[in-house]
Design a binder for this molecule. Structure first.
Ligand SMILES: Nc1nc2c(ncn2[C@@H]2O[C@H](COP(=O)(O)OP(=O)(O)O)[C@@H](O)[C@H]2O)c(=O)[nH]1
Ligand SMILES: [Mg+2]
Length: 315
């Protein structure tokens, strides 16, 4: 009787434990060489192992070359800010990346799946953030992993950090461990906390994380659309921007979100939407906190507030 795919997977996981990337690579290659010909779940598992092998080979190359252009931890900045997702193994970092970016990165119930960063863009209307899903911080200290330098580089380069906490495990331990190791690498920058598995544990655990967070903004996974917007507002706040919605006064299509600098005027917003619009704009109508009443007509020098909806008029 051949081993079931589940038992086979458990066996591989057991054997991989504590192995260096090089040893693990050899182990998986050996397994794949003698892989059963069966279809269905065996093929799924084979694909999973093959992805893992590809990832391990990449790590091998990085360790071998050290060339800056090959360094997967040296990430080109795009968008308004670069946000690094940090956390212990298997807490849900890649799931957060997926939730924000729709990137179909490998999400596996298998610690250390992501050995090099996964990058995606979190877009909301006219604004974009770059999200970097990093390999895990080890529980016992950075010296335990061979990619410690890469982690440090990525954390120091990031505009700010999101600590991802698995709410089904000990939140306080995770937070203390992460904060300790981040402080050690000198990455004492703004952080947002994201608690995962709210669907399993319920909102009380998220509230408990808020208590532990000491004032840091806290969000939960799964994220609803409204919460994505709130998260984008928090991200903008950290970099000194506010989100306003611009609506075409003619089509009245759904408004599009833009991140403008705090203190920006209607003219600044127009310029951000299109150079040509800044030239043609004459006045605007505004709904929201900066308006004295809904739909107030304002001049181009009117200062916008977070959450305003603006129609820019060209005559
Ligand atoms: N039900 C539920 N499962 C989650 C949530 N976040 C992560 N998971 C699962 O937890 C496991 C580990 O998640 P993953 O994103 O790979 O963790 P990573 O190792 O930190 O990147 C996967 O099986 C995910 O599907 C969540 O909010 N709810
Ligand atoms: Mg991952």
């Amino acid at each position: 009787m051949p081993m079931s795919h589940k038992d086979l997977w458990l066996k591989i996981k057991r054997e991989s434990k504590g192995k260096s990337p090089r040893e693990e690579l050899r182990l998986l290659e050996d397994h794949l060489a003698g892989w059963p010909e069966y279809k269905g779940p065996y093929q799924e598992l084979r694909k999973k192992l093959e992805r893992r092998v590809a990832e391990l080979r990449k790590v091998g190359r990085v360790l071998a070359t050290h060339s800056a252009s090959d360094d997967p931890f040296s990430i080109r900045k795009r968008g308004l800010a670069e946000i690094a997702l940090v956390g212990l193994p298997n807490v849900g970092k890649t799931s957060v990346l997926d939730a924000l970016t729709g990137a179909n990165a490998e999400v596996a119930d298998y610690p250390y799946t992501t050995l090099t960063p996964n990058v995606g863009m979190f877009s909301l209307g006219g604004l974009e953030f770059e999200i970097v899903d990093l390999p895990p911080f080890p529980e016992g200290g950075l010296e335990e992993v061979h990619y410690a330098d890469g982690l440090k580089e990525a954390c120091l380069n990031a505009t700010f950090l999101c600590i991802v906490v698995d709410l089904t495990a000990d939140s306080e331990f995770q937070l203390d461990t992460l904060r300790g190791q981040l402080a050690e690498m000198g990455a004492d920058k703004a952080t947002v906390l994201i608690g995962t598995h709210v669907d399993t544990v319920g909102p009380a655990e998220l509230a408990a994380l808020r208590e532990l967070g000491g004032g840091a903004p806290v969000f939960g996974l799964p994220l609803r659309e409204r919460e994505k917007r709130a998260l984008a507002e928090v991200f903008c706040g950290i970099i000194g921007r506010i989100i306003v919605d611009a609506r075409d006064p003619v089509s009245k299509d759904d408004p599009v979100a833009y991140a403008v600098p705090e203190g920006a005027s209607v003219l600044d917003l127009a310029g951000q939407i299109h150079k040509d619009l800044a030239r043609r704009a004459r006045k605007a109508r505004v709904w929201g906190a900066s308006a004295s009443f809904d739909g107030q007509r304002v001049g181009l020098d009117h200062i916008l507030s977070s959450g305003d909806t603006v129609e820019i008029l060209t005559k």
